[in-house]
Design a protein around this ligand. Structure first.
Ligand code: PMP
Length: 359
């Protein structure tokens, strides 16, 4: 083979893909590694799924997910023109990156954050810089005052679980009027503040959310963005340029239905928050540093034993939590909040680990 033939290799895309939490097939394991909701979706979702007429599936779904946009607009006090829907918020975020991060200047995000951002930047050839969080993993808004090609910050942040309030977001927006600011609110329903209200004031703000966490529909892949109509139009144009039918009929029906049961939603969210806050104390008593979480997971590091060892020990017992072998966070565990029963099994396994060390 001549060297000439190999030239194309130079142009191969060279990306490190995002690695999701393992999805083991064994039902007996306890899965606390992908920030899924331990509770099923609202009961009426099952009813709507049972009522779906397979014959209807011969037709394409509503282009533009209109029924879901309407349901979301009503729920959040917006107009359907303020809403974009995609296949999970990953799709929504990737669409926003494609639509708005086209500057020569780098986009900015924290150095500890959702690991999909660098993957999309590499894939879409978007220049980026990261800003260091402090030793307590907090983000300093002043790091985002400089001119840039766009900003993306999850609030609450992942995997740190730490949230910021309205003052931070307003400050960020006031110092970034010439670029698009994306606030990734995948976990906001478990936190203290959502900035959806600010889209009315800031025409450069995009807020993304998901049905995967607080609404227990991770398997359905439904996410959304809220913004002013002009931005939504650009996102829709990008999405329609490579995939003209955003969500399938079943996903549109299930997600719209699930929005109706506000009582079930707050009940399950509150249950998870209670288990989370109790879990934080229990882990602290066992010698862990645990951040005050505003999400459905806990980010914890033991004061004596390496995270990897604990991760491997509990994995042997059939309990899957998340360990990231990455700089700065390689001594931390990300533990999704499960049911009380699942969490008690995790605590028992950790206690067993600790006593094996002390014996
Ligand atoms: N943003 C953050 C910060 C996340 O942790 C996740 C979940 N992995 C997502 C977005 C995407 O979730 P989904 O595509 O299921 O909506």
């Amino acid at each position: 083979m001549s060297d000439n033939k190999q030239l194309w290799r130079k142009n191969l895309i060279n990306i490190e893909p995002y690695v999701a939490g393992e999805q083991p097939k064994n039902d007996r394991i306890i899965k606390l590694n992908a920030n899924e909701n331990p509770y099923p979706p609202a009961p009426s979702v099952q009813k709507i799924l049972n009522s779906i007429d397979a014959a209807e599936l011969k037709k394409y779904p509503s282009a533009d997910a209109v029924p879901l946009k309407k349901a979301l607009a009503e729920r959040y006090g917006l107009e359907p023109e303020n809403v974009f829907c995609g296949n999970g918020s990953d799709d929504v975020l990737a669409t926003a990156f494609r639509a708005f991060f086209n500057s020569d200047k780098p986009i900015v995000y924290p150095d500890i954050t959702y690991s999909f951002y660098p993957v999309w930047c590499e894939l879409l050839k978007i220049p980026y810089v990261t800003k260091a969080v402090n030793k307590d993993f907090e983000i300093d808004v002043k790091d985002y005052y400089e001119e840039n090609g766009g900003v993306v910050i999850p609030n609450p942040n992942a995997p740190t679980s730490i949230g910021v309030g309205k003052d931070f977001i307003v400050d960020l927006l006031e110092h970034n009027k010439d670029c698009i600011v994306i606030i990734d609110e995948a976990y906001a329903d478990f936190g203290k503040y959502s900035c959806v209200e600010l889209i009315k004031e800031y025409d450069n703000l995009i807020v993304t959310q998901t049905f995967s966490k607080s609404r227990s529909l991770a398997g359905m892949r439904v996410g959304m963005a809220f913004a002013q109509p002009e931005l939504i139009k650009y996102m829709q144009a990008v999405k329609d340029s490579y995939n003209s039918y955003p969500l399938d009929q079943i996903a549109i029906a299930a997600a719209s239905e699930c929005l109706k049961d506000e009582e079930y939603f707050s009940e399950t969210v509150e249950k998870i928050k209670k288990t989370r806050d109790e879990g934080k104390e229990i882990l602290r008593e066992m010698g862990f540093k645990v951040f005050d979480s505003e999400t459905n997971f806990l980010f914890a590091s033991h004061n004596k034993y390496p995270a990897k060892e604990i991760f491997e020990f509990v994995r042997e017992k059939g309990i899957f939590i998340r360990y990231f072998n990455k700089p700065l966070i390689d001594n931390f565990l990300r533990i999704t909040v499960g049911t009380d029963e699942e969490m008690n099994m995790l605590y028992s396994a950790i206690r067993e680990f600790l006593s094996s060390k002390n014996s």
